[in-house]
Design a protein around this ligand. Structure first.
Ligand code: AMP
Ligand code: MG
Length: 391
């Protein structure tokens, strides 16, 4: 059995970076910018007013000073000309500031009679002018790789970059295996259960920006498994669920090997998740064989599948981020496998949840953290710091 870290390294070695495609700005949120982009615009393109008021020469702006209003500048319609001593231009937010103006007097500080304004006694500091290029300058780069957020999209739009180079979404085919499984919405027979893991994993993949689809449920027979694998040829990653232990009906490893899968590893020193398997299929796709137990499948999704998808997207080959919290209840000694305990973290305090059986989705759903217990870690008391992964 290899360690979780060794398994992750082998997975990163199997995960190929994906090609670049171009998408319109409007479809780019949640995608990974693959290459830096450069703007040819300067923002603001001109010195712009930050307030509604009057543009004047700053030196002359003293309490009680008077100016003659010689024109108006609005957003999208600048004043054609300049001001000189004793002159002001009525100006609105976003309008270009006349060349000689160095200060905007806000309209609240002005009284106007006809074309003459008089400044009040209490002037604010100003100058309420946004310099040209104050936000960004032509030639400025927006760096990659980067998972694009809504605010990034706003900035890239302002930079007038209408089409973005992004990493293609990883195509993931998910195969449930087992004679006992039916789809949600069906009525399970007396010996049947719902294929839940596949949906949990598909949801996880959706949020990561992958393109996941479900293969038909494979039954515990060679023919059915071969049929399901044959439908996954276009995938970058094939996830199988279950059928990977050593029972009589656990045929996934055997069938995959017969179909030409080059195995990278099988079995890891982890709880839950021991029967994890990985390799490369003849189609070139990477395969990860996940354990069938619902909690094991989802935890392996967090610990292995998520970092693999991020690496395929070009976001780096990094394990799930670890954080630290203080134990509020003691935990017992650990055995030889790294244990990812379902736990609840609140206000930097963490406690392992009651039952750690890897079949209990209700407990996993209450958890917001996986408390990490290294192999052979001794029992620890409340008050000690432990590492966890947020889920
Ligand atoms: P296996 O590894 O096939 O022996 O599966 C281990 C356990 O996980 C069994 O109790 C299976 O019924 C259950 N299981 C396998 N696949 C799924 C699935 N897709 N959804 C929910 N439970 C599953
Ligand atoms: Mg099974």
């Amino acid at each position: 059995m290899i360690s979780v870290t060794e398994a992750l390294d082998l997975l990163f070695a199997l995960a190929k970076p994906l090609p670049v495609e171009h998408v319109p700005l409007g479809n780019a949120v949640g995608r990974v910018l693959a290459q830096p982009v450069t703007t040819s615009l300067t923002q603001p393109p001109f010195a712009a007013s930050a307030m509604d008021g009057y543009a004047v020469i700053g030196d002359q702006a003293s309490p009680g000073a008077q100016f003659k209003v010689i024109g108006e500048a609005a957003a999208g319609r600048g004043f054609d000309g300049d001001i000189s001593t004793g002159e002001a231009v009525r100006i609105f937010t976003g309008a270009p500031v006349p060349a000689s103006a160095t200060r905007i007097i806000i309209q609240e500080d002005v009284s106007r009679v006809g074309d003459t304004i008089t400044l009040s006694d209490n002037l604010d500091q100003g100058p309420h002018i946004r310099p040209a290029g104050g936000d960004f300058e032509a030639g400025q780069r927006f760096e990659a790789p980067r998972l694009l957020t809504p605010t990034d999209i706003a900035l890239l739009a302002a930079m007038n970059i209408a089409t973005l180079p992004v990493t293609r979404r990883p195509k993931v085919a998910i195969m449930s295996t087992g004679d006992e499984l039916v789809m949600p919405g069906e009525t399970p027979g007396p010996d049947q259960i719902i294929a839940s893991n596949a949906f949990g994993l598909m949801a996880m993949l959706d949020l990561l920006g992958a393109e996941a689809r479900l293969l038909p449920i494979a039954r515990d027979s060679r023919e059915s498994l071969e049929m399901a694998f044959s439908l996954a040829d276009d995938a970058d990653l094939v996830l199988t669920i279950g059928g990977a232990s050593v029972g009589d009906h656990d045929l996934v490893g055997e069938v995959a090997a017969d179909l030409g899968m080059e195995r990278s590893f099988y079995k890891i020193a982890m709880r839950p998740g021991k029967p994890l398997m990985a390799g490369r299929l003849q189609s070139g796709a990477m395969m990860i064989g996940l354990p069938g137990n619902p909690v094991s499948a989802m935890v392996c999704g967090e610990i292995f599948v998520t970092p693999v998808i991020r690496s395929m997207l070009g976001l780096g080959a990094d394990p799930a981020a670890r954080r630290v919290a203080t134990l509020s209840d003691p935990v017992g000694a650990n055995g030889p496998r790294e244990h990812y305990m379902r736990a609840l973290v609140e206000n930097r305090q963490i406690r392992a949840l009651g039952s750690q059986d890897s079949a209990l989705l209700s407990i996993l759903s209450q958890a917001n953290a996986l408390l990490i217990r290294p192999p052979f870690a001794p029992a620890i008391e409340a008050g000690e710091d432990v590492e966890y992964i947020a889920i």
